[in-house]
Design a protein around this ligand. Structure first.
Ligand code: ZN
Length: 492
């Protein structure tokens, strides 16, 4: 794709490009800026001036190098004979990949969560105005979605003006989400999938059903259905449900088949309503993350906009990192706000009865959908600041999770420590001198029970030792597995 005089390259190859702090010229949105959004509106044909790009407030070139967390609203207005208001959500979601096609320009997340950066390199090449970005968007939208006949783009960077439109945007998002509520997964004939995030998370496939919104919170089942119709070559596609293998976990044969195909064999099974059993993968743009707190056997939930530390002492970013990238990580789970409003929300794990902590702001946003008898029993950052306090709080408030502790303690007495441990691995004759220990971690009420099986080399007698560590809490930022060379072995 080329636009006359465009200062940098535009192409799919630039998708997935990250711009680090030291490489960036300027930044808009992100956690430190509340006022940011992107919005698509369908207008009558006569109300849109095709190709017009406007900047309201300071342009890129007006910012000093290194400008951080600037306010930004991106308003894309489109018109076309066949365009309908219901299509706004899916058109809007494409702002993400189209921005990322621009060399040295990074776009993350969606709706009110956007985060953009421009590299110093591209700025130096002449990408110093939103007018260029707007021109690229106009061109990309029209070529990829021919249903759009006219398009105009407005960038709002004036804080007061962004604030004004911000509340309106939130209302529009809410109205979109509300449209799908009431539709049930059992009642529809097909689900939809989205691979928009594969540029950042290559094995991630979002499965979108009426009762399980996309991780990003920007695509409903209705949106996905429209997208698959108007843009059959785009990132959204139909999934035949196949047989329902488990209605509580939310496992369907058709979902498994499609996810396996689209994840290139990486993910073979997905249960839509569990954070523990073959959980849905997490991309990178999820609005919230659920995290398991073994000490209380409950789930915490944290949203992207929460800047503090969660009750386990880790911020959103660290929790997000432990599940992002298209992986299936039991107990760490990317999800959207709208999924929390679904009756199917983590139903296999106990639903809201399993949730023990969330930031007050997040709680406020979903409170109409949490059963009344549980709402006040979920602690926030205002109530507790560590797991010990949380435990006390849950007991005092009589949170339903407390009943699970008793059951678990009973089970623990019966089974542990021997039976729950995986079988020891006998040392094979001629086993390598340095064996990788086999490890298994079993969550318990007080942490993890970690079992390491260490086969000893035949030369040392060959027995297998079992090390059992109880109530373990481990935080590892990195794991390095290193093969030891013959020479290093001799030194030892
Ligand atoms: Zn995503």
């Amino acid at each position: 794709m080329s636009i006359e005089g465009f200062p940098v390259d535009i192409g799919v190859v630039y998708e997935g490009e990250r711009i680090r702090k030291h490489e960036m010229y300027a930044e808009w949105g992100g956690v430190k800026q509340k006022y940011k959004f992107e919005l698509v509106r369908v207008r009558p044909l006569e109300a849109v001036e095709d190709g017009k790009v406007q900047v309201i407030g300071p342009d890129i070139k007006d910012l000093p190098e290194g400008a951080k967390a600037q306010p930004l609203g991106i308003l894309v207005e489109v018109a076309g004979e066949q365009l309908k208001e219901e299509m706004e959500g899916v058109i809007e979601r494409r702002i993400h990949d189209f921005c990322n096609y621009i060399e040295g320009f990074m776009h993350l997340n969606q709706r009110y969560d956007i985060w953009l950066r421009l590299s110093k390199k591209s700025f130096k090449k002449g990408l110093n105005s939103f007018t260029w970005i707007g021109k690229a968007l106009c061109r990309l939208f029209k070529s990829e979605l021919p249903i759009i006949e006219k398009i105009q783009v407005t960038f709002i960077t004036d804080l007061e003006k962004v604030k004004e439109m911000f509340d309106e945007a939130l209302k529009i998002y809410e109205a979109r989400d509300a449209r799908v509520r009431g539709l049930k997964d059992e009642e529809v004939d097909a689900f939809y999938g989205c691979t928009l995030c594969q540029s950042f998370a290559p094995t991630h496939v979002c499965v979108i059903t009426p009762q399980r919104y996309s991780n990003c919170g920007a695509i409903s089942w209705l949106d996905a259905r429209i997208a698959a119709q108007i843009d059959p070559k785009g990132p959204l596609f139909k999934i035949e449900k196949g047989d329902c293998l488990d209605p509580v976990l939310g496992e369907w044969s058709g979902v498994n088949k499609t996810v396996k195909e689209k994840s290139l064999g990486e993910v073979e099974r997905v249960c839509l309503y569990s954070a523990f059993t073959y959980p849905h993968t997490s991309c990178g743009c999820f609005e919230c993350a659920a995290f398991y707190i073994p000490e209380v056997d409950g789930l915490g939930i944290v949203h992207r906009g929460f800047a503090g530390n969660t009750v386990i002492g880790l911020p959103f970013t660290t929790i997000a990192d432990s599940t992002a990238g298209g992986r299936q990580v039991p107990g760490f789970h990317g999800l959207s706000f709208e999924y929390m409003r679904s009756p199917k929300f983590l139903q296999a794990d106990g639903g809201w009865e399993r949730v023990v902590w969330m930031p007050s702001e997040a709680k406020e946003r979903v409170k109409g959908f949490v059963p009344d008898e549980i709402l006040d029993k979920i602690a926030t950052e205002k109530d507790v600041s560590n797991v010990e306090e949380l435990k006390k709080w849950l007991k005092e408030k009589g949170h339903p999770i407390v009943a699970r502790w008793k059951e678990e303690e009973a089970v623990e007495e019966e089974k542990l420590p021997e039976e729950a441990a995986p079988a020891a691995v006998p040392a094979a004759p001629g086993a390598p001198v340095v064996a990788v220990p086999q490890a298994a971690a079993v969550p318990t009420a007080g942490g993890y029970q970690l079992v390491l099986n260490l086969p000893m080399p035949a030369a040392a007698g060959g027995p297998t030792y079992k090390i059992i560590l109880k109530d373990v809490k481990i935080i590892a930022k990195k794991m390095i597995l290193k093969k030891i060379t013959e020479e290093e072995k001799k030194k030892k």
